[in-house]
Design a protein around this ligand. Structure first.
Ligand code: NAD
Length: 502
């Protein structure tokens, strides 16, 4: 599709979405979202304006906490902990199902709210609540914190017990505001902890809304929501009343969290940035594989931690592969996520948009742009998906995590050398390998330094399997036994002389 056609489509797309925006505003969406502390809706004088990135206009606001409110939230969460943690697990499991039911009942509202605060297309936003619902039900039905017999030998029994930690904090980024929150809340609450959630400053609303509906079900103080303007993270991470931080965000901020948490020796789960390689092998169909790699790179306008961010392609198929990526980029309908025709939304916030413009400059000077390469004229934070070829590994766009739809495609002659180049990064979050010879693809996957490597697929998760970063992409992991147990403390008891528990 030509750029002029895209412009026309964007205009009509924006018109349709403007009507929807107006509709939601009149429905009462344009309002102040309260924080939740001790089950109470807290509306403060200080507020955070929330901008719809598709219009660059404020459409709602969130109440904003100061440090004394944070201290109150910690105090009420501490007070709620003894009775919540003492609740028998089956009762908490029943409550997890009720939380899932509530999420289900409001799934449409969440989806629209996520589009408006985050920007992603409605079809992508509609996946966040169901992912949370499925995890809550999985936890309730499959996860058990019953004591585990480690050894039973004669009259010696070694048993591991698990107890919740106390008050834990969930700090989340702006790219998947609901999904990445519930991935922390489900294990934290189910294990018997009380929680303080702190969303990103640009996407606080879905967290506030979740606080509202879940506090109709949970006892006061069990799930608290505070909002900040990127200024309470240090106070949270260093707070002596908080026992663990479940953090998802950039590597730079993760390092700050680790430093702030050191003085209180907090437990940490750090899910950080990535610069995931996609390694294309020489026995695939270039056109078909380019289509799958494009999807892996461009979902949520490239603002996915596990997006394919550096594409390594054999020289023999480089032209065909690049051309297909360029065709797909040109065919993308960039626009307001509320328009059903939109296949790519805006960059989520002004700061990230400026970063994206910087990567476009870098692409122009270090490589060859074969599709996109231009910001879309305002008012929203749109840029067209951009394909960059003939760019060296030393370019900023290749070395750094771009977190936007500007994609470098790198040619290789020798697979050994490509594996080395794929691993030549501090990051180690995820990777994909694309090949027809599955044995060879597996051998390559085994040599990639990343917490999760997919072969011929992307972003497939299993609630029973832990997802974790390697190297500067973090540690700790979410999901799976390791993820769930990280919200508990294990205690091992050596029992000599038989079973005296009963
Ligand atoms: P960010 O690091 O800027 O912010 C993340 C959160 O940390 C926000 O809530 C922010 O307010 C808070 N924060 C800021 N300063 C803090 C401090 N000193 N102490 C504690 N918290 C503080 O990240 P972002 O820009 O919102 O998100 C994008 C980044 O997140 C990308 O790097 C992306 O790869 C990463 N990410 C990782 C995963 C994963 O699972 N590994 C998932 C999604 C996003």
């Amino acid at each position: 599709m030509k750029n002029t056609e895209n412009e026309v489509q964007l205009k009509s797309s924006r018109k349709a979405a403007a009507v929807l925006n107006e509709h939601f505003a009149s429905e009462g969406m344009k309002k102040l979202y309260p924080m939740i502390i001790d089950g109470q809706k807290i509306r403060t004088g200080r507020q955070i304006d929330v901008i719809n990135p598709a219009t660059a206009a404020v459409f709602a606001s969130a109440a904003r906490a100061d440090e004394s409110m944070l201290n109150t939230a910690v105090a009420v969460a501490q007070r709620a902990f003894p009775s919540w943690s003492a609740m028998p697990l089956p009762e908490r499991a029943a409550l997890m199902h009720k939380l899932a039911d509530a999420l289900q009942a409001h799934a449409d509202e969440f989806a629209r709210l996520i589009v408006m605060e985050q920007g992603k297309p409605l079809a992508e936003a509609q996946k966040e609540a169901p992912a949370g619902i499925a995890l809550l039900r999985y936890m309730a039905d499959h996860v058990d914190y019953a004591p585990v017999m480690l050894k039973s030998d004669g009259d010696t029994r070694i048993v591991e017990h698990r107890r919740p930690l106390g008050v834990v904090a969930a700090i989340t980024p702006w790219n998947d505001p609901l999904r990445l929150l519930i991935i922390k809340l489900a294990p934290a609450l189910f294990a018997g902890n009380t929680v303080i959630a702190k969303p990103a400053a640009t996407t606080p609303l879905s967290t506030c809304f979740l606080g509202e509906i879940w506090n109709e079900i949970l006892p006061p103080g069990v799930f608290n929501v505070i909002c900040d303007n990127n200024d309470l993270g240090d106070a949270l991470s260093s707070h002596p009343g908080i026992k663990k931080i479940g953090f998802t965000g950039s590597t730079a901020t993760g390092m700050k969290v680790m430093a702030s948490a050191a003085g209180t020796l907090k437990r940490l789960t750090l899910e950080l940035g990535g610069n995931d390689p996609a390694l294309v092998l020489d026995d695939v169909d270039p056109v078909e594989t380019a289509q799958r790699v494009f999807a892996a790179a461009m979902a949520n306008a490239g603002q996915v931690c596990l997006a394919a961010k550096r594409i390594f392609v054999p020289a023999s198929m480089y032209d065909a592969f690049c051309n297909e990526l360029a065709r797909l980029a040109e065919a993308t309908i960039v626009g307001d996520g509320l328009d059903p025709a939109t296949t790519m939304g805006p960059i989520q916030n002004a700061a990230q948009y400026q970063k994206a413009l910087g990567y476009l400059d870098d692409a122009r000077s270090s490589g060859t742009i074969i599709a996109g390469g231009v910001p879309v004229p305002g008012p929203g934070y749109f840029i067209r998906p951009t394909i960059v070829r003939d760019i060296p590994d030393s370019a900023r766009l290749v070395r750094e995590e771009q977190f936007c739809p500007v994609l470098p495609v790198l040619s290789y002659d020798d697979l050994e050398e490509a594996i080395k180049r794929a691993n030549a990064t501090d990051y180690g979050l995820g990777a994909t390998v694309w090949g027809s010879d599955l044995k060879r693809a597996f051998d390559v996957a085994m040599r990639i330094e990343a917490g999760t490597v997919w072969i011929n697929e992307h972003m497939v998760f299993d609630f029973g399997v832990t997802a974790r970063g390697a190297k500067f992409s973090g540690f700790g992991g979410e999901l799976g036994p390791e993820g769930y147990n990280s919200y508990t403390q294990g205690y091992v008891v050596f029992q000599k002389g038989g079973n005296y528990e009963k």
